[in-house]
Design a binder for this molecule. Sequence first.
Ligand SMILES: NC(=O)c1ccc[n+]([C@@H]2O[C@H](COP(=O)([O-])OP(=O)(O)OC[C@H]3O[C@@H](n4cnc5c(N)ncnc54)[C@H](O)[C@@H]3O)[C@@H](O)[C@H]2O)c1
Length: 314
Amino acid sequence: MADCLVTGGAGFIGSNLVRGLLSRGRSVKVLDNFSTGRRENLEEIKDRVDVQVGDLRDDDALFNAMLGVRYVFHVGALPSVVRSVEDPQTTHDVNVTGTLKLLLAAREAGVERVVLSSSSSVYGDTPELPKREDMLPNPLSPYALSKLTGEHYLRIFHDLYGLRTYSLRYFNVFGPRQDPASHYAAVIPLFVAALKRDAAPVIYGDGEQTRDFTYVDDVVAGNLCCMDAPDEAAGGVFNLAWGYRTSVNELAAKIAALMGKDIRPVHQDPRPGDVRDSQADSTRAREQLGWAANVPFEDGLRRTVEWFLDQPAP
Ligand SMILES: NC(=O)c1ccc[n+]([C@@H]2O[C@H](COP(=O)([O-])OP(=O)(O)OC[C@H]3O[C@@H](n4cnc5c(N)ncnc54)[C@H](O)[C@@H]3O)[C@@H](O)[C@H]2O)c1
């Protein structure tokens, strides 16, 4: 019976995490409703994973998914700022109510550890960089607020009920299997997909906004660290990021160079709820979880572009 549960395991980060757990010899279950996840993400490992189609808002689905599980990686969520601005209620239902229901089911089932995929968006637009976990959060979107609320629920379940919980704040994760086709797709797959069909990538705003782009293998490694992290770190919140800033203009230029394309991006209006600059200090994760970023941005970007170029046209 599987002792690890990955919610959202059919999504971008979740499907990479499932592979990371399998390569460590763990047995894995996935709970996913395939709202943004895809079957293809688990295709060549589908015989090694127990995939349960179910919703985070469904108590019975959660109860069944928890049976026999020691470690829960709660990756499943509606992950888009833009979507949350358009439809705050659904983001709240999935990301907040779904997380509370998951914690209740985990407590009931005697799960040992719960790891939450949280987000740098909780920091908002505060000017100080790099972001540290002791700074006051200032969520600017329903999505960011839903992630911050999830973190607090994890801490409270640790403090009140002794569940060992870890909230990991990711900063713009990228890598293989990130969906370029969704209406809410992230910037790197969008740029690669545009250039692949010789179209101009679209940049929202002046392109001088910066992000701390982090390769997905490093995020997977951070989740794996939480399986052995000391009990004293439980209840905590941890930044996980490469630690440097890259502007969206620089990013577009690097991807175009890697793909050998001479196509200039076009600029459109900035999007509401987007933050201007983002960069992490991950000292706490290094000291308390024993984690460090391992894949330089340029290496990760090259691997990602190569992976996308290998994919058949949709
Ligand atoms: N990609 C990033 O840069 C980034 C940054 C910060 C945080 N995160 C967080 O990491 C996690 C994974 O993000 P991702 O980029 O892999 O997104 P994704 O959309 O690829 O994965 C999310 C997964 O959750 C599933 N899901 C959504 N609603 C569900 C529901 N109601 N019940 C069951 N499953 C449901 C989706 O089908 C999908 O498989 C999310 O929690 C997101 O908030 C991502």
